[in-house]
Design a protein around this ligand. Structure first.
Ligand code: HEC
Length: 120
């Protein structure tokens, strides 16, 4: 057997399963839209958010480098899906949280999440 065919045999199962997980894939939203949406919802009245003019609120934690946070609100693993869920319905994650449900739509939450994941 040639080295090349050994290599093919080793790689074939990986290729068949899509070559790894899609966990590293960027969140599906549009970060530029997200930036505008964050301003429209006024998230900056409670959060410091780098890149958003006037976002200097102190009620909630700073969202600086939020992409690197391991847990969101101390309880949710920091994945794009969980961040979007937190943004849409924080009270279902933690009924006592001070962050209000702001009626964010699913697509707005995806765009916001895409923007926040640019904060590394
Ligand atoms: C009335 C104040 C308030 C507003 C408005 C608000 N938040 Fe929050 N937010 C909070 C508080 C307080 C927490 C901390 C929650 C906790 O730890 O239980 C939080 C937590 C978060 C977290 C998790 C941060 C971390 O360090 O784990 C994210 C992400 C977040 N907010 C995004 C948003 C976005 C996006 C908006 C706008 C749609 C928004 N927030 C609007 C108060 C607010």
């Amino acid at each position: 057997m040639t080295a090349r065919s050994v290599c093919f045999l080793l790689l074939a199962p990986l290729l068949a399963t899509g070559c790894g997980s899609d966990e590293a894939a960027p969140p599906p939203g549009d970060p530029e839209k997200g930036r505008a949406i964050i301003r429209a919802y006024g998230c900056g009245s409670c959060h410091v958010i780098p890149g958003i003019p006037g976002a200097d609120g102190r009620t909630g934690p700073s969202l600086e480098r939020i992409a690197k946070r391991v847990y969101l609100a101390g309880v949710l693993p920091n994945t794009p899906d969980d961040m979007a869920r937190w943004i849409r319905e924080p009270e279902t994650v933690d009924p006592r949280t001070a962050m209000p449900n702001m009626g964010v739509s699913e697509s707005d939450a995806r765009d916001i999440t895409a923007y926040l994941y640019t904060r590394k």
